[in-house]
Design a protein around this ligand. Structure first.
Ligand SMILES: *[C@@H]1O[C@H](CO)[C@@H](O)[C@H](O)[C@H]1NC(C)=O
Ligand SMILES: *[C@@H]1O[C@H](CO)[C@@H](O)[C@H](O)[C@H]1NC(C)=O
Ligand SMILES: *[C@@H]1O[C@H](CO)[C@@H](O)[C@H](O)[C@H]1NC(C)=O
Ligand SMILES: *[C@@H]1O[C@H](CO)[C@@H](O)[C@H](O)[C@H]1NC(C)=O
Length: 488
């Protein structure tokens, strides 16, 4: 992967040498490849101290949550804690001050799916026992309590008035997406509820998971043939957007796997059947039969994937990996696809600007398709790191609260503001103590013993003061993207 550009051109001409020497049977080699793609992602597409976490304006806040999840797993699989401080910093930016993953700066843009990506990241941190800092705990920003808070706030948005149930896409009522019930919002809620049930043993979460899954089957977001649609419009959800996205299959798969794990007897049989069907549909839909490569079928070949869609394969890969861990009977099938794709993905990582950028198309052999971005980097990172359990045992273990999990439970958590209306009323002064602080964690404190040092950046603080002082949010600037075309 460290081949220099001039040399690379020669190699491309010869077409004989593989672009990256990833040996999928060698732990050292996989770790080195994961470190390279993770390093490139961090260097160009992640700034946890910034307003959105994703320095480039073409990326969205939800992708910061997705990045944090990727680095939590990176630490769990590789043991490399290089990024742990920045994970904590990014987490505190997203979570505070309202402790409900609706930061003031983004509150108007956030849909249930955006919030869901962050809360799935925090569930990862809970299950992997990612280290929490003392201040994080004192603030009430522990990973489990926030995941529970998101569960509670999303459960309170469950809407029986249209389509017989389900979560709407957008939270803010004046947005078009409020009239749309999409699979990713509901699929993340389903997966999160299932994982909370498995982790805590609390059957209430399992009931919520079952209700949301059965609703998705009922309205045919998940069809009887396991074609999984993008979403459906209120009032009755009979108008469906039939696009198929890899991350929708992934989130449903992981949720079914967690429910399979949590349940017993007939219920377990039911979830196994659902999981088998979703897994088979995923393979039939997204694995290119010629090359074995994962393909984002809706947009990849036509080069029309937007900045969100370019990263979707990452989450499918992540949740396939998760599925092998909590439903180990799927391990052989899934891991063979992941290993194949780790090799295919790594072979594309010869792109500009540094000769290590990964491409979007994994089905074109060892060449780079000219795509370079957050999506391509996180896709490669997830698929490569998720094969580590195939060469190393006892890494990336999924813990429960009764066998090693430590994050504090707060089943009644609601955050410090309940409704979208309230956030406008909360005085700016109250937010100032949290907004856009620089969180600096001393190296020695990484594993949670001592305090987090907080510094306020005056200039940025002033800017935010202005934003939150406004009485009314502006109407949405410009037209909203069509459902399924873009998140949040
Ligand atoms: C953490 O984030 C800061 C701000 O973007 C960056 O300067 C620093 O290099 C990051 N650390 C690592 C290890 O990536
Ligand atoms: C179980 O979860 C429900 C729903 O969030 C909550 O109301 C209840 O308090 C939880 N029970 C326990 C024992 O944690
Ligand atoms: C899934 O595919 C496997 C392999 O082709 C097959 O044996 C199995 O019966 C399928 N399961 C379902 C539920 O269709
Ligand atoms: C449930 O998940 C755990 C990992 O958290 C795994 O060790 C166990 O084998 C799974 N149970 C079943 C029935 O697959």
């Amino acid at each position: 992967m460290r081949i220099q550009t001039p040399l690379l051109s020669i190699i491309s001409l010869l077409q004989t040498v593989r672009a990256i020497d990833l040996d999928i049977d060698s732990l050292l080699s996989i770790k080195a490849a994961a470190a390279q793609v993770a390093g490139d992602l961090a260097a160009e597409f992640w700034d946890p101290t910034s307003f959105s976490g994703v320095p480039n304006a073409q990326y969205a806040w939800w992708q910061h949550g997705a990045i944090l999840g990727a680095y939590v797993d990176y630490w769990a699989f590789t043991g490399d804690d290089t990024y742990n401080e920045n994970i904590t910093i990014g987490w505190l930016k997203g979570v505070s001050p309202s402790l409900d993953l609706l930061p003031q700066e983004h509150a108007f843009d956030i849909g249930n799916d955006d919030q869901g990506f962050w809360s799935i990241m925090s569930m990862d941190a809970v299950e992997r026992v990612f280290p929490e800092t003392e201040e994080q705990k004192e603030m009430g920003a522990g990973f489990l309590e926030i995941t529970q808070t998101i569960h509670n706030t999303q459960a309170s948005r469950w809407d029986d008035t249209t389509c017989g149930g389900g979560l709407r896409w957008q939270i803010v009522t004046v947005k078009d997406g409020h009239k749309y019930k999409n699979t990713i919002s509901n699929g993340l809620y389903f997966q999160q509820s299932a994982r909370l049930a498995k982790y805590t043993g609390n059957a209430s979460y399992a009931e919520a998971a079952e209700e949301s899954y059965k609703w998705m089957r009922e309205v045919k977001l998940i069809q009887d043939d396991f074609w999984i649609n993008d979403g459906a419009f209120i009032p009755d959800c009979t108008t469906i957007t039939p696009k198929r996205w890899s991350y929708n299959y992934g989130t449903i798969m992981a949720g079914c796997a967690a429910m399979y794990n949590f349940t017993e007897g007939e219920k377990r049989e039911y979830w196994k059947e659902q999981l088998d069907n979703v897994l088979n549909a995923t393979i039939a839909t997204f694995i290119d039969p010629e090359t074995g490569a994962l393909k984002e079928i809706q947009c990849q070949e036509s080069d029309t994937c937007n900045m969100d869609q370019r990263s979707f394969k990452a989450y499918l890969a992540r949740w396939m990996g998760y599925t092998t861990q909590v439903a180990p009977y799927t391990y052989a099938t899934i891991m063979s696809h992941l290993r194949k794709n780790a090799a295919l993905a790594a072979a594309t990582c010869i792109g500009e600007p540094r000769g290590t950028a990964c491409g979007q198309k994994w089905n074109i052999g060892p060449q780079w398709d000219g795509k370079h971005g957050l999506g391509e980097q996180i896709n490669a990172m997830e698929v490569i790191q998720n094969i580590i359990p195939s060469v190393s045992s006892n890494v990336g273990t999924i813990f429960n609260s009764n066998n090693g999990g430590t994050s504090k439970s707060n089943p009644g958590g609601k955050g410090v503001k309940n409704t979208m209306r309230n956030w406008r009323q909360i005085v700016a002064e109250e937010y100032r103590k949290y907004l856009l602080r620089d969180y600096v964690i001393k190296a020695a404190d990484r594993f949670g013993a001592a305090a987090l040092t907080l510094l306020t950046v005056g200039m940025l603080g002033g800017m935010i003061y202005y934003v939150v002082s406004e009485n009314e949010p502006e109407d949405e600037p410009g037209p909203e993207p069509a459902p399924g075309e873009k998140l949040g």
